[in-house]
Design a protein around this ligand. Structure first.
Ligand SMILES: C[S@@+](CC[C@H](N)C(=O)[O-])C[C@H]1O[C@@H](n2cnc3c(N)ncnc32)[C@H](O)[C@@H]1O
Length: 224
């Protein structure tokens, strides 16, 4: 379901680079449906790289999907004419680092379809600092995990407040039941953490305590 939702945000007829493709399921599924015209599957690790090669071969798609053993955006060559980049199933900080290290390879025309597992705030911060506007945010829950999908395009300077970077600007507006339930769960966790800090034998760094207290305050305000 998670990759199906990611797939729904890849524009029809895209030339997709799927970075950290693992088995290559996303580009292969999209290619088989005729939803994209070409793809690059990038993998930094040998075992998933070979798995992606196998998936592509078994589906007879070698003419359309190039599998490259490469770190991050170095899998992309100018000749690929990439129009969309998906980076999914990694921490938000890892996705941010992949974008940052590879920013010279971004033309600015590509749609980014990102699916972080946590660490959304630093990822949104990077997007804002590099003029990417968030076009879509989706929240889904699968096997008791919350997943976010963030779709962004470079569109000139954009400013998000610290709260928008924390909660997601569009999710904050939409206030879906799934979003509110997620933040109710997180608030309970934060309150437990603050409670355990209060009873801790060793002093907790003041900065850390203040940070969690501020986040808990934001969540209380959000939930009203
Ligand atoms: C948990 S899997 C996610 C696979 C798939 N994208 C998904 O969402 O189901 C993360 C994959 O990213 C790869 N990866 C991690 N860092 C990477 C990097 N810097 N460049 C390319 N691939 C990377 C890992 O080797 C692993 O196969």
């Amino acid at each position: 379901m998670r990759l199906e939702r990611v797939a729904a945000h890849v524009p029809a007829g895209a030339r997709l680079a799927d970075i950290g493709s693992d088995h290559g399921y996303l580009p292969v599924a999209l290619m088989r449906r005729g939803a994209i015209v070409a793809a690059v599957a990038g993998e930094v690790a040998l075992t998933p790289f070979r798995a992606a090669e196998r998936t592509v071969r078994e589906n007879d798609l070698e003419q359309h999907i190039t599998v490259r053993l490469a770190s991050g955006l170095s899998a992309i060559e100018p000749v690929d004419g990439i129009t969309a980049i998906s980076i999914c199933g990694m921490g938000g900080e890892t996705i941010r680092d992949i974008l940052d290290h590879g920013k010279a390879r971004l033309s600015g025309q590509e749609r980014l379809i990102l699916q972080p597992n946590g660490g959304e705030q630093p990822l949104r911060q990077w997007l804002m600092e590099h003029d990417y506007r968030i076009l879509v945010e989706e929240l889904l829950r699968e096997k008791r995990f919350d997943y976010e999908i963030i779709v962004a395009e470079r569109a000139g300077p954009v400013a998000y407040t610290p709260e928008e970077l924390y909660f997601g600007p569009l999710q904050m507006q939409a206030r879906s039941p799934a979003f509110l339930a997620k933040w109710q769960r997180i608030l309970r966790e934060k309150q437990k953490t603050l409670n355990s800090f209060a009873h801790a034998r060793e002093a907790v760094p003041e900065e850390k305590l203040q940070e969690i207290a501020r986040q808990a305050r934001w969540i209380v305000e959000l939930l009203g």
